[in-house]
Ligand binder design. Sequence first.
Ligand SMILES: NC(=O)c1ccc[n+]([C@@H]2O[C@H](COP(=O)([O-])OP(=O)(O)OC[C@H]3O[C@@H](n4cnc5c(N)ncnc54)[C@H](O)[C@@H]3O)[C@@H](O)[C@H]2O)c1
Length: 265
Amino acid sequence: MTGMGRRRFMEIAGGGSLAAPLTGAPTPVRVGMIGIGRRGTGLLRILLNIPGVQVPAVCDTNADNLAAAAAAVERKGQKPPEQYGGSQEAFRKLLARDDLQAVVIATPWEWHAPMAVAAMKAGKYAGVEVPAAITLEECWQLVNTSEQTGLPCMLLENDCFGDGALMALNLVEQGVLGEIVHCEGGYQHDIRAGILRAGQLSWRARHALKRNGDLYPTHPAGPMAWWSGINRGDRFAYLTSTASKSRGINHYIKKTMAPTIRTPI
Ligand SMILES: NC(=O)c1ccc[n+]([C@@H]2O[C@H](COP(=O)([O-])OP(=O)(O)OC[C@H]3O[C@@H](n4cnc5c(N)ncnc54)[C@H](O)[C@@H]3O)[C@@H](O)[C@H]2O)c1
């Protein structure tokens, strides 16, 4: 954590109380988890390993994932968290609690902006997995809600904090690379395991069925923006997205699912 510092973050997240750290007993930061599948499980593990962070509430529509998350919290010696499930809208009950300062959202993409907006409106800091929004309208909803509520919404773009990205940032900041005039990157990653789950098209695959383009741009764009001073004095003037014909994944799905496909993909 740069700039603010962990102690200051804990103070602010703890309700702005500066008194508690002086007594030597920092106020715990209480975080709710929404969406505890593959990624959410990893994020929950990270949260539970940060001293002073408590997870009193977890939410998932999948009962098995919900139970596993609650068990993970208990294994860390924390009180059994309240479980919110059974409906796509159960997260609203979690957000209605008055004991949470922040929520971490790791659900399918279509839920990110609605959940982050609802979290800020409920007075909680929102940490949301990538991509934070899937339409321009949703991007504006996030900006407007953050400005109206005065609460930040953090895009959990972890690639900014990878060793390589931070090394490059350090080189840039030390002036070793001179003025940065061009960056190039991409989402060069085998996502077959995320496209088919248990032999079925996943929620992620359904996003790609009718749209071709870079649906996951922030892994490369986040670090590059940091290196080139975007939103730190510079800004994106315009964005374009280009994609080749979707052949690889199309071929993989047809080959893997051929016996079960009823409609053409
Ligand atoms: N930053 C990274 O490196 C990284 C890596 C992997 C995934 N992700 C992102 O994390 C997010 C989750 O991906 P995943 O692979 O864990 O998917 P997943 O399908 O394994 O997990 C999603 C979870 O959300 C739950 N869910 C669905 N709708 C819900 C709702 N309305 N309320 C509560 N829970 C709900 C599902 O039951 C599931 O447990 C995606 O946005 C993905 O793009 C980021």
